[in-house]
Design a binder for this molecule. Structure first.
Ligand code: HEM
Length: 156
């Protein structure tokens, strides 16, 4: 049982590192290239963002499954009862996770639209708008993710 708990907790942490680390890489390295409007603003940058999508879905799914596992393993968990900060923080983290999932779906949709609106010669105004939306949605998720990590840290 102790080993199971350790394994699930390790997977939980690993998926956070993969997901948030990937998003931070995109935000710091790739997004500025989209914002310049110069020759760097090519569909290749968007394709790179797209190639990270399977990692996003995989780490969010692992985060959810391992989070539910940790929750059910925990002796502190009570269904729909919030007697202490641990339970409140867990509830808030779940809400944040839901918002993160919606924002990720939105960002993936915008990314697909941005890629398909590139006509080979350049960006349409609409395509540029879609790609900027991807930047904003991903940035929102970085802040939400940091908020979720802070909530998790307060559960100790
Ligand atoms: C963005 C989403 C999430 C982040 C960033 C996150 C982060 C963390 C972190 C950093 C820990 C501490 C691990 C440790 O040191 O033991 C943790 C523990 C935990 N997480 Fe998550 N988590 C997320 C989503 C979820 C979800 C969706 C659930 C439940 C459905 C969940 C349930 C738990 C539980 C029960 C623990 C154990 C707390 C304890 O042992 O006191 N997490 N999480």
């Amino acid at each position: 049982m102790d080993f199971m708990l350790w394994a699930v907790r390790t997977m939980h942490l690993f998926s956070i590192v993969l997901w948030l680390g990937g998003l931070l890489y995109q935000t710091v390295i790739l997004h500025p290239l989209l914002g310049t409007g110069g020759i760097e603003r090519t569909p290749e940058v968007l394709q790179q963002l797209k190639s990270f999508l399977p990692f996003i879905w995989m780490s969010l799914a692992t985060l959810l499954v391992t989070g539910v596992g940790l929750m059910l393993f925990s002796t502190r968990f009570l269904i729909l009862e919030y007697p202490d900060w641990w339970s409140v923080a867990l509830g808030l983290k779940q809400v944040v996770f839901l918002i993160i999932s919606f924002v990720s779906f939105g960002s993936a949709r915008m990314l697909t639209r941005a890629i398909s609106s590139f006509d080979g010669s350049g960006w349409s105004e609409q395509g540029a708008r879609f790609s900027m939306r991807v930047v904003h949605l991903n940035r929102t998720n970085v802040f939400l993710g940091i908020g979720a990590v802070l909530l998790a840290a307060s559960m100790r």
